[in-house]
Design a protein around this ligand. Structure first.
Ligand SMILES: *Cc1c(COP(=O)(O)O)cnc(C)c1O
Length: 407
């Protein structure tokens, strides 16, 4: 426990400490009686849960991303008061909508629930009886089919079938015209696989317009570039979903559903606090709503060119270190769709480096500090730096070099 004099001495002796304590008002520090210092609990340690340096990327099973301090502050500060959930969603949604060029928006518990809720809104409209009937569509008069391209029908489309709808798969615009009938509720598009489909975004929206069917798009993992936040709203998709806990570094349990006013309003009928809805379990609390808002705001204000340059510099540091090992080759590429960030592919020939990619990943995982790498083909791993804390690229570089040169 420090007394006041020691505290002042320490503040002047260690500017960094002064900086950290800068938010504490000095008068209140002087006026309040000495308080017991609460030792910080390390709950990961208590549970024996491994923590690691994440050079792999924003993966749900690795808990996504790390929130910025501003987001954590928003969460902490808002945890100390009550408010009405709907009022908060109304006001935050209105602000978010302006930021992303949509008519309306709502913070959801991830992109996945955004898909379920957006479709639920289309199916039920403002009819509360229909809201209660979901996901049982038979004899309710609700539509029951969602059309999407074969390559866009990935596991996450379970979010759509959770409403009771079934997916109808198509390949061409003619297929779409043939598949549309009085049961068709939605034309759904998946940005990350857009290069694998025959129909591109604009044509998809045009098909929806032509046949009078709403269109949606899943862009869960598709910032950067930041412009994707509004690009598909501008293009005319009726609803758009994005994850909050990937590159935007909001709460991992949050996402945004944005789109047409009537769809968002109807989707809200299936959301908490309302019960008897398919969305009751997709609760998002006030702290996450505000954390998501602050993460979005911070992301929009970020100097993206500077950040990109920083990623390139840090990746170059790792590339240089591993390139010095005989038999190792490297290549930097940027996935054009999804996880759009500089990615280093490290490969080696097994004549010079006698180590499988699986073994290398395991060695880094079990080292200290533990490091997670991305996968690749055989004898290759991949590394991203966008989830590294400043300076961690040095540890990743030296551990990789050490393991590769030892083999
Ligand atoms: C991550 C992801 C989702 C799920 O997003 P959550 O925010 O975790 O619910 C959906 N679709 C795609 C393409 C994704 O990458």
């Amino acid at each position: 426990m420090l007394n006041r004099r020691e505290l002042i001495q320490r503040l002047s002796a260690f500017p960094l400490v002064g900086g950290l304590l800068g938010s504490v008002s000095f008068t209140s520090a002087m006026a309040s009686p000495p308080t017991k210092e609460v030792p910080k609990r390390d709950l990961f340690k208590e549970f024996g849960v491994r923590t690691f340096i994440n050079a792999a990327g924003t993966l749900t099973y690795m808990t996504g991303s790390l929130m910025h301090d501003e987001v954590l502050d928003a969460i902490n500060n808002s945890a100390k008061d009550f408010c009405l959930l709907d009022e908060l969603q109304d006001k935050v949604g209105e602000k978010i909508a302006k930021m992303v060029h949509s008519e309306a928006a709502v913070v959801t518990s991830g992109a996945f629930s955004g898909m379920t809720l957006g479709l639920a809104g289309i199916l039920t409209g403002m009819d509360e009886k229909k809201v209660r009937e979901l996901p049982h569509l038979e004899y309710t008069g609700m539509k029951s089919e969602v059309i999407c391209q074969v390559s866009h029908d990935i596991a996450y489309n379970q979010a759509l079938t959770n409403t009771g709808c079934r997916i109808v798969r198509v390949e061409t615009a003619e297929d779409v015209a043939r598949a549309i009938n009085e049961r068709t509720a939605l034309l759904h598009f998946l940005h990350i696989e857009s290069d694998k489909g025959k129909i591109q975004h604009e044509e998809w929206v045009a098909l929806g317009r032509k046949h009078g069917i709403p269109t949606s798009i899943d862009i869960a993992a598709d910032v950067p570039p930041v412009s994707n936040l509004w690009r598909f709203n501008d293009m005319g998709f009726d609803f758009v979903v994005i994850s909050g806990g990937k590159a935007m570094r909001g709460p991992q349990s949050a996402g945004i559903l944005m789109g047409k006013k009537d769809i968002i309003a109807a989707a809200r009928l299936s959301m908490p606090p309302r019960g008897s809805t398919i969305g009751r379990g997709m609760k998002i609390n006030k702290e996450e709503i505000l954390g998501m808002y602050v993460a979005l705001e911070r992301y929009l204000n970020e100097d993206h060119d500077k950040e990109w340059k920083d990623w390139e510099d840090r990746l170059a540091h790792i590339e240089k270190a591993v390139n010095s090992v005989q038999g190792v080759t490297t290549e930097v590429h940027v996935p054009p769709l999804g996880n759009h960030t500089p990615t280093l592919r490290i490969s080696w020939d097994d004549a010079s480096v006698k180590l499988s990619d699986k073994q290398l990943r395991e060695n880094l995982r079990s080292g200290s500090p533990s490091i997670e790498l991305g996968g690749g083909a055989s004898n290759s791993v991949s590394v991203t730096v966008f989830m590294l804390k400043p300076g961690q690229e040095k540890i990743v570089a030296s551990r990789l070099k050490e393991e590769l040169s030892r083999a």
